[in-house]
Write a protein that binds this ligand. Structure first.
Ligand SMILES: [Zn+2]
Ligand SMILES: [Zn+2]
Length: 319
């Protein structure tokens, strides 16, 4: 060990000098790094502040998806006016309306609800006095009215002024719009909204991409029927069809293909098979609810497995 006063003292001095130089360099560099970080974070903050909470992704020249909070919105700009499918919440709808007004001088021709749930229809009210017609399946309108009466928020609703039962068809702005109703599923009023020429279909909550679904039995949901509904969708739409779904698990897209629809159909049938076998094995509802995965559908992860398990249990034990 070297001590001060040793013949090799100068080496220590040199070393200290060296350390001091390195320290100065370090401080300089660090200052640069901190300044850089400050600049970077300032820029990020500025960008963050300028960046809206919502996102628009165009799927074709005139058809796009809007996402912010709630079920995905699909819109079409056309020479015969703007068509919007679903409305999220009032604030979100206002964001979309403001943006679409910038992108098109055309009026709002039609607002369609895939079904009545608030994350798809609460924003309807933002279109009051703005859109020519509001359209949904007849059961969707009935459900929306019933829930609004229950929640005492009828004044915050804009109800459909047009409804359909099995098929609704109209040409708007060179696009052919088909609305299909294939039966009870996520509710008893879910429609497929098909933009035939673009071959894009908004499926609302008829498909949850890799996310455990909400199954609204208070609004007539039925899992066995839901499986048949997806089979009908399978024969109605083709392999080139682009599907837009209301919700996806974080990290998964809301724009999906037919294979994803089939995977969700498989999830629902696996769910029924699993719960049926558990009931047969004498398990109680509480024991069944302890499952953390649906056997045969391991891709469905995240929160909320209790919802489908409960719905399946009730459906299988109620009849
Ligand atoms: Zn939803
Ligand atoms: Zn829903």
């Amino acid at each position: 060990m070297l001590k001060i006063g040793d013949p090799d003292n100068h080496n220590i001095t040199l070393s200290i000098k060296n350390i001091n130089m390195q320290r100065r360099k370090f401080i300089q560099n660090t200052t640069f790094i901190i300044a850089g970080l400050a600049l970077l974070s300032n820029k990020t903050v500025a960008e963050f502040l300028a960046d809206p909470a919502w996102k628009i992704k165009m799927l074709t020249d005139n058809v796009g998806v809007f996402t912010e909070k709630g079920g995905t919105i699909l819109f079409m700009l056309s020479k015969d006016g703007i068509v919007v499918v679903d409305a999220e919440f009032p604030e979100q709808s206002q964001h979309l309306i403001d943006e679409l007004k910038k992108r098109s001088g055309q009026p709002f021709r039609l607002l369609i609800n895939t079904h009545h749930h608030a994350d798809h229809s609460a924003g309807n009210i933002a279109y009051k006095g703005l859109v020519k017609n509001v359209l949904a399946h007849s059961n969707s309108k009935i459900n929306q009215q019933r829930v609004a009466v229950e929640k005492k928020n009828e004044d915050q609703q804009l109800y459909p002024d047009q409804t359909f039962s099995t098929l609704w068809s109209e040409n708007i702005g060179g696009e052919k719009l088909n609305l299909h109703y294939f039966g009870a599923a996520h509710t008893n009023g879910d429609a497929f909204i098909h933009f035939k020429k673009a071959n894009i279909v908004h499926v609302g909550d008829l498909v949850f991409n890799r996310r455990h679904p909400f199954i609204d039995r208070t609004a007539g949901a039925n899992i066995a029927s839901w499986i048949q509904v997806l089979d009908k969708a399978d024969s109605t739409f083709n392999n080139k069809t682009t599907f837009v779904c209301g919700h996806a698990l974080d990290g998964y897209d809301i724009v999906i293909k037919k294979d994803d629809v089939k995977a969700f159909r498989n999830y629902l049938s696996s769910l029924l098979v699993f719960v049926k076998s558990e009931i047969k094995a004498g398990k109680t509802k509480e024991e069944i609810l302890k499952a953390t995965q649906i056997p045969g559908a391991p891709e469905w992860k995240g929160d909320g497995i209790d919802r489908p398990l409960t719905a399946a249990y009730e459906e299988l034990t109620s009849s």
